[in-house]
Design a protein around this ligand. Structure first.
Ligand SMILES: [Zn+2]
Length: 60
């Protein structure tokens, strides 16, 4: 039997999840024209500007 190898985890620092998103992307609804007052049901996936798509809060 082989000896159990210890798996070293290189966790330098705790990664704080982004407060604005969870996946690094935010879905924002965009309005269609000024005439039609109804909001489009379509949602646009946009890159989260807080974490820049990393889904982790920037540590700085
Ligand atoms: Zn984010």
């Amino acid at each position: 039997m082989t000896t159990a190898k210890r798996t070293r985890r290189t966790a330098k620092s705790k990664s704080t999840p982004c407060p604005d998103c969870t996946t690094g992307q935010v879905s924002e609804s965009f309005k269609v024209g000024a005439r039609s007052k109804r909001e489009s049901s379509d949602r646009q996936e946009a890159l989260c500007l807080t974490c820049f798509g990393t889904s982790h809060a920037p540590t700085d």
